[in-house]
Every structure is written in structure tokens, then in C-alpha cells.
Design a protein around this ligand. Structure first.
Ligand code: TRP
Length: 382
């Protein structure tokens, strides 16, 4: 096998050193070009969020088409989700951060899917009580990022099944077993819950169109590992009379221990900053994080460090730099050797602690209305 092929990315397995351009070609998605970013910039009438301007989102499907429709007066809705296998970590926020920005900037609706069923089927070590418990905990964290209670709707799979199932029945009939076997690499021993599951992840893409009896465009910001599900969705959309969802794909962020991507299965405790980590745990994890620094201070002053491989730089890049200027400053001073790893860590820790404090407060407020966002009934007309 050629070295560039020595990685695996599916919704159920991420491993190896990922070559993102190659992955994009393998998946057949489109490049998120400067022209498209410029269009987004113009439509939003302001600055692009760092996740777009700094290249964390790098690939898409049909974004241009979606923006054409938007500019002609046809608003889309946003859709993303979370498989609740445990507490969220800061890298899980990448898709919801972008959604929150898009909702706020364009005033669009957001649909969130919490897949407590999927994670129960995918992880033999988890109980039903655990996936349901983490589902609610994760939902509070997601909503606390700043979603609008009036424009945000949640499918919590085990509790929303009456709303999802009438459409899931129709979706499931369109998906042959041979397709999911090829797309997800299922084995004869795979449980049949997972074989069916992709139908449920598809349903929210079509749900508003179904509920409203008209074609409503959908945009899904997600990690590129989720693309295989939506390839299936897009293949069957027209046969069911619904528009194909558009997608925006992000790279998977490096873990704190310096692995190329955080595995979606079995995250190691110290490899990520979990949102329920204590002040001292956050401190310990960042202090122990892998960096792009040199062996000695003297060498680092002389030769500089390598931000691109550094897990702390990834924190600055995705969330904690307050603006592009600060981000460029950190990057430049790191590369030149002016900024040493210890000081860089102290600086980013200040930001992280501030974010955790703010987030804890927002999370408490959200608990008063989170329940009311959960959809439990099928649309009345049906
Ligand atoms: N399968 C996703 C996970 O394991 C959860 C999910 C459901 C999702 N619907 C989605 C993710 C839509 C992105 C977009 O976390």
C-alpha cells in the first residue's frame, strides 16, 4: 500500500496519519475554494469565523448551489449531530461553533440530532442509561454555545422516534444492504441496529421538507468522517423527491498527545480537554500536551518551533485566539523561537479557563429550555 493510503476514515473508525487532500479525492468531495469563502464572507456581511478563515473546514458538497438558492431567497436549515458516548471535548465543538455562527449571522434554523441509539449499537461497553444520560449532558453543552431557543430543534433519537420513524421507513426501503456494507465496511457480525442506523441519520436532512410539503435546502457542517452517511443520503434523495443536502467538512483535530487525529473510538482521557474537566485537570492536560517545540530552550530560541504539528497551536487556531491578528502573532513568534512552549501554554490556559467559566454559566441557563427543543411528534399534516 502507498504511504498516503495508510489511513482509515469512516464514521466508525479513524486511524493513521490522514492526508486530507487525498481523503477529499477518495470521498469525491469538492475543495472549499477561496472564491466560495469570499462568497460566504460577502453574504454574511462581516468577518469569517476562524474555523473557515484558518482552513479547519476545507471541503464541501454543493455549497455553491446552496448559496445560489439562498441569494435567490430560499433559506436553508442547518443540521448537525452528536453520538453521545461520553462528555464532549473541545474538538467536538467545531461543527456546532460553525452552526451557531451561521444561525446568528443568517438567522437560519438549526436541527440537532443526538444519537443515543447509534452509540449504544456502536460501543459494546456502553449501557442504554449511559448513552441517554450523555445525550442530555451533551445537548446542554451544545445549546450553551449560544443557539437561539426559538430556531433550534432537536431529534433525540430514542425519544424522538415517533417523529422520525414515518420518514425512516421510506428512507430505509431505498438503501440496499450491499450499499451500507460497502460504505461502512460492515462485517457479518455487525449488529442490525447499525445496519439500519444510517436511515435515521438521513431523516433530519429531509424532515423539514416532509413536514412543510415543500423543498427546503439543508446544510450539514460536520467532520469529514461523517461524509459516508450523507453519500448514501444524497444518492437516494431525488428518488424520494427531496433535495440533496449540501455539506461542509472539517478536518479532525489533533489530540493533545499529538496523534494525528483524535480517534472517534476510545478517546484517551488525556488526549482531549473534556468540558466537564476540572480547573486542575485542564491545567495538567495542557501542561503535558505535545508541542512542536525543540529539545532544549537554547535550540528553540535558535531554530524556532513547528506550529503545524503542535496540539497547543491547534487550540489557538480553532477557538482561543481572540482574532486573526493574535493568531498570526502566536504563529510567528512560535516559528521564530521568540515564544517558548511554557509561556504559550500559560497564555492559552488563561483563555481556556475563561471559556470554561463562561460556558458553565451559559449551561445552567440552557437547562431551563433544553427540553422544549426536543421534537417528539410527527408533523401534524401526516
Ligand atoms: N453519527 C454522528 C456521531 O457519531 C452523530 C450525528 C448524527 C451527526 N447526525 C449527524 C454528525 C449529522 C454530523 C451531522 O457523532
Amino acid at each position: 500500500m502507498a504511504p498516503a493510503d495508510e489511513f482509515v476514515v469512516t464514521p466508525y473508525e479513524v486511524k493513521g496519519r490522514i492526508d486530507y487532500q487525498r481523503l477529499r479525492e477518495l470521498f469525491g468531495t469538492q475543495d472549499l475554494t477561496p472564491e466560495l469563502l469570499a462568497r460566504l464572507h460577502q453574504i454574511s456581511g462581516g468577518d469569517l469565523p476562524p474555523l473557515l478563515s484558518r482552513g479547519v473546514y476545507y471541503s464541501h458538497r454543493d455549497l455553491g448551489l446552496l448559496l445560489d438558492q439562498f441569494q435567490k431567497g430560499s433559506p436553508f436549515f442547518l443540521y448537525s449531530g452528536r453520538g453521545p458516548s461520553g462528555p464532549l471535548h473541545t474538538s467536538h465543538l467545531v461543527s456546532f461553533d460553525l452552526c451557531r455562527w451561521l444561525q446568528k449571522t443568517l438567522g437560519v434554523r438549526m436541527f440537532i440530532q443526538i444519537t443515543d441509539d447509534e452509540k449504544f449499537w456502536a460501543r459494546s461497553g456502553l449501557t442504554r442509561e449511559e448513552t441517554a444520560y450523555w445525550g442530555m449532558e451533551n445537548l446542554y453543552d451544545i445549546l450553551a454555545l449560544g443557539f437561539d431557543p426559538k430556531r433550534t430543534h432537536v431529534f433525540f433519537d430514542s425519544r424522538s422516534i415517533a417523529a422520525l420513524y414515518p420518514l425512516a421507513i421510506r428512507v430505509a426501503r431505498k438503501i440496499p444492504y450491499s450499499t451500507v456494507k460497502a460504505v461502512f465496511g460492515f462485517e457479518p457480525s455487525t449488529n442490525i441496529g447499525l445496519v439500519f442506523y444510517t436511515a435515521l441519520q438521513t431523516v433530519p436532512c429531509f424532515w423539514p421538507s416532509w413536514a412543510e410539503g415543500r423543498s427546503v435546502p439543508c446544510l450539514i457542517p460536520c467532520g469529514i468522517d461523517q461524509d459516508p452517511h450523507f453519500r448514501v443520503t444524497r444518492d437516494i434523495a431525488e428518488g424520494l423527491g427531496y433535495p440533496k443536502p449540501a455539506l461542509l467538512h472539517s478536518q479532525m483535530l489533533p489530540g493533545l498527545l499529538g496523534e494525528n487525529a483524535m480517534s472517534t473510538t476510545g478517546d484517551r482521557e488525556d488526549n482531549a480537554l473534556f468540558l466537564n474537566d476540572s480547573h486542575s485537570t485542564v491545567e495538567r492536560k495542557v501542561r503535558g500536551a505535545f508541542t512542536g517545540g525543540r529539545a532544549t530552550v537554547e535550540e528553540q530560541r535558535r531554530l524556532g518551533a513547528t506550529p503545524e504539528v503542535c496540539s497547543v497551536w491547534a487550540l489557538w487556531r480553532t477557538r482561543f485566539a481572540k482574532d486573526d491578528r493574535e493568531f498570526e502573532e502566536v504563529t510567528r513568534d512560535c516559528r521564530s523561537g521568540a515564544l517558548l512552549c511554557g509561556e504559550c501554554k500559560s497564555r492559552v490556559l488563561e483563555r481556556i479557563h475563561a471559556f470554561y467559566a463562561e460556558h458553565a454559566e451559559a449551561r445552567i441557563k440552557v437547562q431551563g429550555w433544553a427540553e422544549s427543543t426536543i421534537i417528539t411528534e410527527a408533523p401534524k399534516a401526516l
